[in-house]
Design a protein around this ligand. Structure first.
Ligand SMILES: C[S@@+](CC[C@H](N)C(=O)[O-])C[C@H]1O[C@@H](n2cnc3c(N)ncnc32)[C@H](O)[C@@H]1O
Length: 475
């Protein structure tokens, strides 16, 4: 039976699904879904889509994901796979006062500063809000010089410095080679001591330090979590790489200098980008670490010209899992309770969120859930509760966004997803919820179709065009 087939922002990978061979019951497709069910799903999706106006906008495809930011000054300081492009500001002709209630690492806020606009961003992830704040806080020339001097002094002084304490994350010593761990912790102690009296410089360097962890680590982010570099994925499955050999290939023969080189390169790049701080209304962007579902409480008196956001997609991805190394090592999370409470208040897009919270049912979602394959692991794991909670969270968010806009529009960047033999038309549901929450008009701009794995293509045969990544425009 198929397990959850989840979409990422950019790729839907075969890793997220597995198709068992024990379900070829008569009348079922190779994926275990009955032809009747599929026809019923197609009919239902057509009906849901008919309620809305769709417009192909392939020109928007490059702006709904992170790829452009990876090479853009300031944006590139921290790889945040979930980010979208600041160019949406001009592409969508956003107004001069912008709200992004799921601002992540601050893409829109930086764009707003550079366009001479003002903005407010909210995000529940303290690593994301930290990165956004650092990017929005220009250093003085003297502070930039002190960063440069610090970086240059490092190689000669590391030996005499005590390493920073290892964080309480249980896999801390597994995600780094011992010498690499020792080196990064000594670098941390050095800048914490040198800049104890200057939080702005300390935070700038801390961001550089957090940003290189994955590069120097024995792990990398993949799908819904992290994977270890000592294992290699082949078509047939994972194999163990030879101990000693993979480290040499990855880090070279001098691990300490590998770390120092990565750190220097990161600092150099950030110092180089600092010239982009010369122009921009940096002081007019505000970042709030908090829950977008509490928008009215967080921003009781503010209204905006435009609201733009990309909430987590309903795809089971748990950012607190994939970013756990950076969260713990950066000191943004200090205990497992901290981590869990962040998970619990995040949008119900993953199984670690609070799925016991009440929800208001969405009738068309219930019809789709009714077609889900009950033998699928995603069904057993509780994906129906996740979906119910997800759209309830979106309803609450849209209601509060509607209250914060005076005359402008709300733009929601979103991707559809697939679980247990059904497709969730998230864009159409967001459009319907927007209308329910008080917006007068909804339009769905289809930016691109999501790539699906060969197995998933089989499962979704004939329905692939429903796997869209769109911008829902509410006015
Ligand atoms: C798709 S990402 C948005 C990325 C952002 N557009 C950017 O360019 O960096 C979704 C964001 O929603 C955040 N999030 C999840 N639940 C939240 C909540 N309840 N309140 C605020 N932010 C939340 C996640 O931490 C994540 O950064």
């Amino acid at each position: 039976m198929s397990t959850a087939a989840a979409t990422s922002r950019s790729v839907v990978s075969a890793r997220n699904i597995s198709v068992g061979g024990d379900v070829r019951i008569k009348g079922l497709t190779p994926t275990g879904q009955s032809t009747n069910t599929r026809q019923e799903l197609a009919r239902l999706l057509r009906k849901i889509n008919r309620d809305h106006r769709f417009r192909p906008r392939r020109d928007l495809a490059p702006f709904v994901n992170w790829s452009g930011n990876a090479a853009s000054p300031i944006h590139r300081w921290l790889r945040y796979r979930e980010a979208y492009s600041p160019n949406l500001i001009t592409k969508l002709s956003l107004g001069p006062a912008i709200l992004d209630p799921f601002c992540g690492c601050g893409s829109i806020l930086i764009g707003a500063a550079q366009n001479g606009y003002s903005s407010v961003g909210i995000d529940v992830n303290p690593l994301a809000t930290f990165a956004a704040k650092v990017k929005l806080t220009p250093l003085t020339r003297a502070q930039l010089t002190s960063v440069r001097t610090f970086a240059a002094s490092l190689p000669n002084r590391l030996r005499g410095i005590e390493p920073w304490p290892v964080p309480g994350l249980s896999i801390s010593s597994k995600v780094f080679e011992p010498l690499i761990l020792d080196t990064i912790l000594r670098i941390r102690s050095a800048f914490e001591a040198d800049f104890a009296g200057d939080r702005v410089v300390r935070n700038f360097i801390l961001l550089a330090w957090v940003a290189i962890l994955e590069r120097v680590g024995s792990y990398f982010k993949e799908g819904n979590g992290i994977k270890y570099r000592n294992r290699k994925r082949l078509k047939t499955g994972y194999i163990q790489r030879e101990d000693g050999e993979w480290q040499r290939q990855r880090f070279g023969s001098n691990q300490k200098s590998f770390v120092l080189t990565a750190f220097h390169a990161q600092i150099e790049m950030m110092l180089e980008d600092a010239k982009h701080w010369k122009k921009g209304r940096w002081a007019e962007q505000h970042v709030i670490e908090g829950n977008a579902l509490e928008l009215s409480r967080l921003l009781p008196d503010r209204t905006f010209d435009s609201v733009v956001f990309s909430p987590p997609y309903a795809n089971r991805f748990d950012y607190f899992e994939s970013m756990k190394v950076e969260l713990w090592f950066g000191g943004f999370v200090e205990t497992y309770e901290d981590n869990n409470s962040l998970r619990k208040i995040s949008v119900r897009s993953h199984l670690g969120a609070d799925l016991n919270k009440p929800f208001e049912a969405l009738p068309q979602l219930e019809q789709i859930i009714g077609l889900m394959d009950r033998d699928a692991s995603s069904w057993r794991m509780g994906v129906p509760s996740l979906l119910r909670g997800y759209f309830d969270d979106m309803r609450q968010t849209l209601t509060q966004c509607h209250e914060r806009i005076e005359r402008g529009r709300c733009y929601v960047v979103i991707g559809n997803s697939a679980f247990a033999g059904v497709i969730i038309p998230t864009d159409a549901f967001i459009a319907s919820l927007g209308l329910e929450c008080g917006f007068q008009k909804a339009e769905i701009l289809v930016a691109r179709h999501l790539t699906v794995s060969p197995q998933q293509r089989n499962q979704l045969a004939g329905l692939e065009d429903q796997m869209r990544e769109s911008i829902v425009v509410l006015s």
